[in-house]
Design a protein around this ligand. Structure first.
Ligand code: ZN
Length: 397
């Protein structure tokens, strides 16, 4: 993962189909380009970044939760005061699809402005059939806009909704028997995810959902071992999941399981930073064991309202023991692998989609170094300019 190929005075030849036709020296490729349009740029051109874990479809921001947390309140007190994830659920249930679509579009603009060209987006703030399908519809609508590539994930088992507490098993039955068949019929989601964590869904409940999802054509992903080691990483590997995500509390057995598998370990360091937790996922130990590591924003209103993958590279370098080159692989090649697109996204190479992000720097390492600075100047998706700063809409709520 630390072995990046960096070309000087390079050119990328993009075909009419929006895929990369050739990569090489500027002098050679411009000679071969015929009547192609030549766009000269000065800086470092990265593969468009792949944000492989977001909850980008939501309504209100949770500004009060942040203040309560700063005053020392825990998640139970925040929930008792009307905040927490279930406040996002109540909000999404009552919002129109048009309203959610408008908000999601504005927020995707900011993801793209930070160099992201492929975004995985989960449902999971509906927790009832109609509202889950509404979220997936919103994802399909924004995916058809022609901006960043969107990968949809059904996350009906994100939390146990209020009306099913404390009957999580009954809610799991609803997810399996009512939601999954409808999600398959709707045809939007590619993956199914579950929040596997003590107090939310157990390993056994998570296994039931993901095995049923596979029968409905949805590939497994898992929120695993965020707060406590419960065997989530091991379950992800057992089921052949595309990724096991969070892993701040992954066990040694979980690390070993991931290292011996094709399941990508997705680290979300922005979440731990935003929540003020001292522990980050053991990126260095996962890498040394041989696991494939990706980084994502976990963009969501409760625990990670951040939209910058470059910031995640800085956090992974300073807090997860990853070197800068590994973090670039983690937001490109390995992010693509975590959404099943390792063969089409995340590399500047012939046959890959011409998704590119230009950083106004001399040395690629500066993107990891000048944190929180917004160095991405231009973005192309499928060879077409998708310049983020031309979009005048900035309000996020
Ligand atoms: Zn998440």
């Amino acid at each position: 993962m630390a072995d990046l190929q960096v070309l000087d005075d390079a050119a990328v030849l993009i075909g009419d189909d929006g895929d990369i036709a050739a990569v090489g020296s500027y002098a050679e490729l411009v000679g071969q380009a015929g009547d192609a349009t030549v766009t000269e740029v000065d800086g470092v051109l990265f593969p468009g970044f792949v944000d492989c874990h977001t909850h980008a479809v939501f309504g209100m921001a949770r500004l009060a939760d942040q203040e309560r947390r700063a005053r020392g309140e825990g998640y139970k007190e925040i929930a008792a005061a009307g905040g927490g994830i279930l406040s996002s659920v109540r909000d999404v249930r009552q919002r129109s699809a048009d309203d959610l679509t408008d908000l999601t579009r504005r927020r995707l603009t900011h993801l793209v402005a930070n160099g992201t060209t492929t975004v995985e987006v989960k449902s999971g703030y509906g927790l009832e059939l109609e509202a889950e399908l509404k979220q997936l519809d919103v994802i399909a609508t924004v995916a058809a806009d022609g901006g960043p590539s969107i990968v949809a994930t059904f996350l009906g088992a994100h939390e146990v909704p209020e009306e099913y507490r404390p009957r999580a098993d009954e809610y799991v039955n609803v997810v399996i028997n009512d939601m999954l068949p409808a999600v398959e019929r709707q045809g939007v989601a590619r993956f199914c995810d579950v929040f596997c964590e003590p107090g939310v869904f157990t390993v056994e409940q998570s296994r039931r959902v993901l095995e049923a999802a596979a029968r409905h054509g949805l590939a497994p992903k898992l929120h695993a071992d965020e707060l406590d080691p419960s065997g989530g990483a091991e379950l992800a590997v057992e089921l052949g999941a595309a990724s096991a995500d969070h892993l701040a509390a992954v066990s040694e057995a979980g690390i070993a399981a991931l290292a011996g598998s094709d399941t990508v370990a997705v680290l979300l360091p922005g979440t731990m930073m935003f929540l003020g937790r001292g522990n980050q996922a053991p990126g260095r130990r996962l890498l040394d064991a041989g696991a494939a590591v990706a980084l994502a924003t976990d963009f969501n209103p409760g625990s990670s309202p951040g939209m910058s993958l470059p910031l995640m590279t800085t956090l992974a370098t300073s807090q997860c023991g990853m070197v800068p080159a590994e973090t670039i692989t983690a937001i490109t090649v390995n992010g693509a692998a975590a959404v099943g697109e390792a063969h089409t996204r995340g590399q500047i190479a012939p046959g890959f989609r011409a998704d590119l992000a230009l950083a106004l720097v001399h040395d690629w390492r500066e993107v990891v170094y000048w944190y929180g600075t917004g160095l991405i100047a231009e973005v192309w998706v499928g060879g077409l300019a998708c310049h983020p700063r031309q979009t005048p809409v900035n309000f996020l709520v």
